[in-house]
Design a protein around this ligand. Sequence first.
Ligand code: PA5
Length: 454
Amino acid sequence: MTAGSTHQDVLDWTNACWDRLPTAPALRARAGEIAAKLAAEIAGGKLPFLATPFMAALEKDLADLEAKYLPKFRHMLLLGIGGSALGARALQKAFAPGQDLPGHTGKSLWILDNVDATSLEAHLSRLPAKDTLVYVVSKSGDTIETIGQYFLVKEWLKRELPADWKDHLLLNTDEQKGYLRQEATQFGIRTLPVPDNLGGRYSAISAVGLVPAAFLGMDWRGLVRGFQSVAGPLADPGLDAQKLSQHPSFEFALWGKALMDAGYLELITFFYIPAWCSFADWFAQLWAESLGKDGQGSQPLPAVGVTDQHSVNQMFLDGPRNKSCLFVERAQGPEGAPFPADMPAIFDYLQGKRFGELLPAEALGTRMALCQSAVPLVALRLGKDDAEAAGKMMALLGAATLLTGWLMGINPVDQPAVELGKRLAKARLGADGLEKEKADLLAFTTGDRDERGF
Ligand code: PA5
């Protein structure tokens, strides 16, 4: 891309440091193989995340919910964890930030993605049940953190609203399987389906993230439009090696894999759009849970500009030389107020300037400092930081993650390593079976320990 580019949204590869990534040419040559795999998986219905075959029906459902159901509520209490929560939170922080600002009177979204007894109790004792919609999101329908909360929240609704409790529940879960689906069938609770093969961290642009977006009055159609404009070409039956090579997600994927090959094992995501800082957490889960496999991967390091310039940035700049960076910024932010005329002489350089000029100046300073510290860096620069741009970015990073995983030779849509901890926790709670886990737990908790007071 040249300085005179007319593109509104740009990936700037100037400082990607290809010359330090010797495996990049061989990875680039795999475009044909990856294009064929994409075509096969799309044809087999394995990648609804990219093809979005569910979208037409969902758009209709969302329009109905928006017209008749969501306006009844002032609060939404979202129960979900991981991919069932992080996309919604990122969208909320970016496009409905009012709840974090003084004087908020509009709608509120409360996301409970932990098993924190204090927080759950506080929400249930302070939220008015009659104005609250509980949105339970779980693809499997069995996740203990989400279902554990659901049991208590359901009791609360039944106690507070004996006649109407079901009308205050909306479940988003698998169409056939899982405990939540059973609940929906048994009690006739309103549901939205999580389509087959749409895994949690790839599902933000489905009912998982779009229902909260619609509830908060976001431009969810813009999100979908942006998402499909980037994801759609990858699902096109005419995709071939040449077209894939020109798709930014493939370029990002081969950069990501070549970085790992060259020992860059940490990937900073520096967001210089302050309200978008939770996208860094969304991406961290997407990248880490998808790619941390078989001793491979790179650790995502979420960071927010300018705040983290005074925190972890010293390590980015002068710690181990194993870091790369995705630097996200926008062409133009708000101007902000003018600085007052009567500032002390040492701040003379701010005379005649506005508060909004600090952020881009500091972004440039940090981006350049990272480049000068030899951190391979790609800048994602958005013309506008609106919903459509967010949809584009989410499709780009989602697809790039998937393709990076394929280049690594791992499965980017599962997460087998996290299962052990879940089984051990269940064993600890006395679940049936799990005899080996119970024996291992006993050995782990009763063996000799090196514990010292401090
Ligand atoms: O990305 C993933 O697949 C996971 O993080 C899941 O979203 C998370 O484990 C929650 O799963 P579920 O939606 O089945 O409750």
